[in-house]
Write a protein of this length. Structure first.
Length: 295
């Protein structure tokens, strides 16, 4: 195997995040984060589009405790391809305090799904961001969806706003709960009232099986921290769909190019997204517990 050297322009996660001023509710869940390697134990996939730093489970759980979270939902990172061992190992190590989202191919067997289910995996991720993954025919995704639905898993989808119109018929075909990463990555310069974002709102209104992560202001902002330009988008989703929203840090923030966010600052952003204690509790505790720990 060739040496797995970190990309020269890779931004490493913040070494010393601030202690959040916002006190998380008891039992709060970081419902979107990742683990990378460590590569000596869990090598990165040959087909990866990037080579990150090591960011293993020990660092993730250290951050969980420092920020004041109780649980994590660990989403399979594209640098590991369909080799879910690092994510599954992190779930097993945390006992009942972690759940996982896997990346699988059409060859996945029922026995393999059952083994991951036992480890705490509760869904699969379908990635449509062209710069991160090669295109996969929709029929392949539908065949995977049929296999996982009997385990009561759900599907996480990652796409960019410009691709929603083409993806919408496919999303409505999926037979499970569907969780959209980062609100479908709207172009915040276009504003909340732009047809692109209104299409996403309409999709959630029409289909109650679709949830959204109100995550990653650092990715969506055009202005930079404190990410004021993204606030109206999150508020628009939380106000309308407070029972179908999730929040997470996105640690260790893969493929950030502009800056590396401070995870404590991101936690302090939550009251700007969910403005009442009731909304905060649903976002951080009730919704993720229902979706990931509900059985």
């Amino acid at each position: 195997m060739s040496e797995q050297v970190m990309d020269p322009d890779w931004l490493v996660f913040h070494p010393n995040p601030k202690k959040p001023d916002f006190k998380l509710p008891e039992g709060a869940v970081d419902a979107h984060c990742h683990v990378f390697g460590p590569k000596d134990e869990f090598p990165f996939a040959p087909e990866r589009k990037y080579t990150p730093c090591d960011a293993g489970k020990d660092k993730l759980y250290e951050l969980r405790d420092f920020l004041g979270f109780t649980r994590n939902v660990i989403v399979q990172a594209t640098c590991h391809g369909k080799d879910n061992r690092a994510m599954v190992d992190a779930c097993r190590s945390a006992g009942d305090l972690a759940r996982g989202i896997a990346s699988v191919g059409p060859e996945i067997t029922e026995a393999e799904i059952a083994e991951m289910d036992e480890a705490g995996v509760r869904g699969v991720r379908f990635n449509f961001v062209k710069r991160l993954v090669d295109a996969t025919p929709k029929e392949v995704f539908l065949s995977i969806a049929d296999k996982i639905k009997q385990f009561d898993w759900h599907i996480v989808v990652y796409f960019e706003a410009a691709d929603l119109e083409e993806l919408e018929p496919f999303l409505k075909q999926l037979p499970t709960t569907v969780v959209v990463d980062h609100m479908g990555r709207p172009d915040v310069e276009k504003g909340v009232d732009h047809p692109d974002f209104q299409r996403f709102i309409r999709l959630m209104e029409e289909d109650e099986s679709i949830w959204s992560k109100v995550t990653c202001p650092e990715r969506l902002t055009k202005q930079g921290a404190p990410y004021d330009d993204v606030v109206p988008f999150y508020q628009a989703i939380v106000e309308r769909f407070e029972d179908r929203v999730l929040w997470g840090t996105d640690w260790p923030h893969p493929n950030m190019k502009s800056h590396m966010p401070d995870d404590g600052v991101l936690v302090d952003y939550i009251p700007r997204i969910a403005r009442t204690p009731e909304q905060q509790h649903k976002l951080l505790v009730d919704n993720p517990m229902r979706l990931y720990w509900g059985r």
